[in-house]
Design a protein around this ligand. Structure first.
Ligand code: GUN
Ligand code: ZN
Length: 435
């Protein structure tokens, strides 16, 4: 099955250094993308690709729209779709009042399966083709999550949350259960279809030292797996965490002591790191995952993205929605808020950087750039089609938009799911078939 997409193609080669860093990306104003068996077979000017395509190729013309790699969301919570938009003063109140009670419902597989269907519908609707999710503590939630990923043939990362204290009884495992069930989840799902299992201790507050030991054992036994947790999100959280682990130098050191600081480790938030912690993250090659809508919604703080990225010892960066602390499923809305946070810090986040982070940057931070995040030949055909004139107000602004970077910035500033015309997963159009 061979498909030829025609449109304006944009794909990144590396992090753009400035607005006129044209060497950092590939842009084809009349591009052709040849897709064979779910993989990108060739990319180039439409005329060249058409000339090498088989005579019976199916052609889809997306002009005048942009075709980009699908967005990647590096951190969100699948069981928090009904937590989004909960009115709380801060992180710990939000967790205890809304989030923990809601996650208890995922012990029921019927509930987990229903929410999984909605979850993937929203991913497709918003142009997110890969996401890195926390499921709940219950294995049922992980089974629902990966079953639906396989049904849609999406490359997804997810994990069973491990938590054995400071939460309601219905949300607690034990060090042994967390270890055994994570091993079972790995056996059941890792490498099945396009699935990746992540080792997922929720955060140091909800894991006893014994559970952290069990997590350390999993990390040693499965060194190739991603590890995801939360770090340094809010001042009260940091103070409570450090009380619980008095022997550690700081929050980051807690995870380091259990061997959880490595190049596959994804730390949600990481807003208030000291220089020592940023050095430790950098040396380990760990990733700080910025969740701007969540950080603003919960009043957690302003993530110093540009400062962390330009350090002598730079910290690897990911970007994410953090549903349901985050307030939008859209990576476009997410990067609009990321831009505003940098504005408040007196920094500039240019639109090329934003689109790099949502696509190739997140793929690099997941160590999956050989598979996703670009339009390079040989990678998986997870793509989105974006329309910068999707609404009347956007169309009006588009009348005076003169360059690619202006168009990208308009899409980021005003765009959401309405700007996503189509979402292709492994070469298959998925958005237009949603009910
Ligand atoms: N820290 C521990 N759990 C969570 C969560 O579910 N959301 C956020 N934003 N922070 C957390
Ligand atoms: Zn989170």
């Amino acid at each position: 099955m061979t498909t030829l997409l025609r449109g304006r193609l944009l794909s990144f080669k590396r992090l753009p250094q400035s607005l006129d860093d044209t060497d950092s990306y590939v842009y084809e104003s009349d591009g052709g993308l040849l897709i064979e068996n779910g993989v990108i077979a060739a990319i180039g000017p439409y005329a060249d690709i058409k000339a090498q395509a088989p005579a019976d190729v199916t052609e889809i013309d997306h002009r005048p729209h942009l075709i980009l790699p699908g967005f990647i969301d590096m951190h969100l919570h699948f069981p928090q779709m009904q937590v989004i938009a909960s009115y709380a003063a801060n992180l710990l109140e939000w967790l205890n009042t809304y989030t923990f009670p809601e996650e208890c419902r995922f012990v029921e597989s019927a509930h987990a399966e229903r929410i999984a269907t909605h979850f993937y519908d929203e991913m497709i609707r918003h142009g997110t083709t890969t996401a890195v999710a926390y499921c709940s503590v219950h294995k049922t939630s992980v089974d629902a999550y990966f079953t639906e990923a396989m049904r849609r043939n999406m490359r997804m990362v997810g994990g069973k949350v491990m938590m054995d204290r400071n939460a309601p009884q219905g949300l607690l495992d034990t060090p042994e259960m967390g270890y055994d069930e994570t091993r079972q989840v790995i056996a059941d799902w890792h490498g099945k279809g396009r699935n990746h299992v992540a080792i997922t201790p929720r955060f140091a507050i909800t894991s006893t030292p014994a559970q952290m030991e069990a997590t350390a054992a999993l990390a040693r036994e499965f060194p190739d797996l991603h590890i995801q947790t939360h770090l340094s999100e809010n001042h009260d959280e940091i103070a409570f965490t450090c009380e619980l682990y008095p022997e550690a130098i700081d929050y980051t050191d807690i995870y380091a002591r259990y061997g959880l600081l490595g190049p596959k480790s994804l730390f949600g938030h990481a807003i208030h790191l000291s220089e020592r912690e940023a050095d430790a993250m950098s040396e380990a090659g760990s990733v700080a995952v910025h969740c701007p809508t969540s950080n603003l919604f919960l009043g957690s703080g302003l993530f110093p993205l540009k400062a962390l990225a330009r350090r002598e010892k730079p910290v690897r960066i990911g970007v994410a929605t953090d549903i349901g602390g985050g307030s939008s499923y859209s990576m476009l809305r997410t990067m609009d808020e990321a831009y505003k946070i940098q504005q408040l810090l007196g920094e500039r986040l240019n639109p090329l950087e934003s689109y790099y982070y949502m696509t190739r940057g997140n793929a690099e931070s997941l160590s999956l750039v050989d598979k996703i995040g670009t339009l390079d030949a040989g990678t998986e055909a997870d793509l989105i089609v974006l329309n910068a004139a999707a609404t009347p107000a956007m169309a009006l602004k588009m009348e005076v938009t003169k360059s690619l970077t202006e168009e990208l910035f308009l899409l980021q500033t005003m765009g959401d799911d309405r700007a996503v015309v189509e979402t292709y997963v492994a070469g298959k159009p998925m958005k237009s078939i949603l009910q």
